[in-house]
Design a protein around this ligand. Structure first.
Ligand code: GLV
Ligand code: GLV
Length: 317
């Protein structure tokens, strides 16, 4: 019987679908490091992983029975796709089912930063609320402001729809510009990365982390942003040069940042935690009960398909 190893407990709906196999789930509240993972997954035909599991060439070579790595995430920058492909191992992810949840969280961060929600909450909790004041914690409105979307994939587009409801204008940057027809339907305009950064009031990142996108928002790029602008990142921390971002925030070169992801998770630099003009979340983009349940079912279906010799529905390689 095929052995399926799951590196961290996922919602029951997914585990139930995998019970037909010899199922081994890490039920401790503990992430496996590389050597623990290799031991844990010994003899596995299928491996269900989290985005924090590093599935590199070494791990792949140490698991010779492996037929499929099904990551419980849409992003797959933690997996060496080339090494997997060389060994004929299928890699799958969970696209689509977390799009709306992540777009919702992006809007939550846009509103939290532009309207200073977290600062306000802190003020009340600390007993510093002295009554309504004409200029207490003023933020900025969204109507007629420009949202710059970097990465017009599924999530980027879902953010566009939401931003339109707030009366925002949207420009985007993408490796491949969308078709004229799609631009018209979405009511968005293409800009170079530099122009987008110069003219946007809200910049939101929705690209996957790749060699090309690492530090795409470098110190020199971040300096192009308006002093009144906010940066939102719900994609991957390393797309932004985190130290450069800390510098522009400290120097007041941008208004605020809303971050759901960090360069070296779970480490969040102390300098970032000290700033008032940032909202920091523990990677909650897809954290709705609905999305996480759908993701669990999706990984199980991908594993099952490969083990039955069929094409995986969400195959990357
Ligand atoms: C979460 O960040 C994901 O990639 O699913
Ligand atoms: C991810 O699902 C994306 O395409 O934005």
């Amino acid at each position: 019987m095929d052995k399926v190893c799951v590196t961290y407990k996922i919602p029951e709906q997914g585990q139930r679908l995998l019970k037909r196999y010899e199922l081994k789930v890490n039920t401790q509240d503990h992430f496996l490091d590389k050597s623990e993972l290799i031991d844990f997954a010994e003899g596995a035909s299928a491996l269900v992983t989290l985005l924090s599991d590093v599935i590199d060439r070494e791990v792949i070579s140490r698991l010779p029975n492996l037929k499929v790595v099904a990551t419980y995430a849409v992003g797959f920058n933690n997996i060496d796709i080339v090494a997997a492909k060389e060994k004929g191992i299928t890699v799958t992810n969970t696209p689509g089912v977390l799009t709306e949840a992540t777009a919702d969280l992006t809007l939550a961060l846009i509103l939290a930063t532009t309207r200073r929600i977290v600062e306000g909450d802190r003020l009340v909790r600390e007993g510093r609320f002295e009554g309504w004041k004409p200029e207490l914690l003023l933020g900025t409105s969204l109507k007629d402001k420009v949202l710059g979307i970097i990465g017009l994939g599924r999530i980027g587009k879902a953010v566009v729809h939401r931003a339109k409801a707030f009366g925002m204008k949207v420009v985007y940057h993408n490796r491949m510009p969308a078709s004229k027809k799609e631009e018209k339907t979405l009511d968005v305009e293409y800009r170079s990365l530099e122009d987008l950064l110069k003219l946007s009031d809200v910049v939101s990142v929705h690209v996957p982390l790749t060699r090309e996108s690492r530090h795409m928002l470098s110190a020199s790029k971040l300096k192009l942003m308006k002093p009144t602008a906010v940066l939102i990142n719900t994609a991957r921390g390393a797309v932004v040069d985190e130290q450069a971002l800390i510098n522009v925030l400290q120097e007041g070169k941008i208004f605020a940042a809303g971050l759901d992801v960090f360069e070296n998770e779970p480490d969040v630099p102390y300098a970032l935690r000290e700033l008032d003009n940032v909202v920091l979340l523990p990677h909650l983009g897809s954290a709705t009960m609905e999305a996480r349940m759908e993701m669990a079912i999706m990984v199980a279906r991908n594993v099952t398909a490969v083990l039955e010799g069929k094409q995986a529905p969400n195959r990357i390689v």
